[in-house]
Write a protein that binds this ligand. Structure first.
Ligand code: SF4
Length: 201
């Protein structure tokens, strides 16, 4: 029997322009991020606090399905390895949650310090690291510092205004348009590990 998520994904596959819009948005993110990183001369070369250990949740169908597109493009053996890792991460996370223990597990896509789906990685993975700000009519400008590694290396440098507002807004519009088209009401709150563990071959 076809699940409701599979039905929603079929709609995503049918309307290729949602994927195209997401790819355009990712390009805009990469370019804005690069401008900020270049300003600070910041390059992430890996660190002990590796952000791939962070339990990031993702909230959009478009990003979820884009990750699955990338996953399906992997060669069979790699896909099996990633799936096994995802299952293990979910199992350990659930066990830790039951005990109320903190969870710090490496994303199943991080293999030998490289993201196996770098081109498909979600928004938060693209934007994490350098300080940023949000500008909303309700709250004005709110600033968030960079990651621990950034702050150690670059905290005394001049400030570069990396405003994520338009990027978030465009992501929200894209997701809203997709949900309207697909008639999708389900909430999304998934880690990459959960997305891949739930995948059925
Ligand atoms: S998707 Fe890639 S960049 Fe993001 S946490 Fe996983 S391995 Fe790291």
């Amino acid at each position: 029997m076809i699940s409701s998520i599979e039905k929603i994904r079929l709609r995503y596959k049918k309307d290729a322009h949602f994927k195209k819009r997401l790819e355009e948005l990712y390009r805009a993110m990469d370019s804005k991020y690069k401008a900020a990183a270049d300003f600070y001369e910041f390059a992430c070369t890996g660190c002990e606090d590796n952000c791939c250990f962070t339990r990031f949740y993702h909230h959009t169908f478009v990003e979820y399905f884009y990750i699955l597109d990338g996953f399906e493009a992997l060669e069979h053996e790699k896909r099996m390895e990633v799936k096994k890792r995802a299952d293990e991460v979910c199992k350990k996370s659930n066990a830790a949650d039951e005990k109320g223990a903190p969870v710090r597990l490496l994303c199943p896509l991080n293999i030998d310090s490289l993201c196996s789906l770098y081109q498909y990685r979600p928004m938060i993975c693209r934007l994490h690291g350098v300080p940023h700000e949000l500008n909303t009519p309700e709250r004005g400008i709110s600033r968030t510092p960079g990651c621990g590694y950034f702050m150690k290396q670059h905290k005394d440098k001049d400030y570069f205004s990396f405003d994520r507002s338009s990027l978030y807004l465009e992501m929200a519009k894209l997701e809203r348009d997709f949900r309207q088209k697909a008639g999708a009401l389900d909430k999304v709150k998934l880690t990459v590990a959960e997305m891949l563990s739930a995948y059925h071959f």
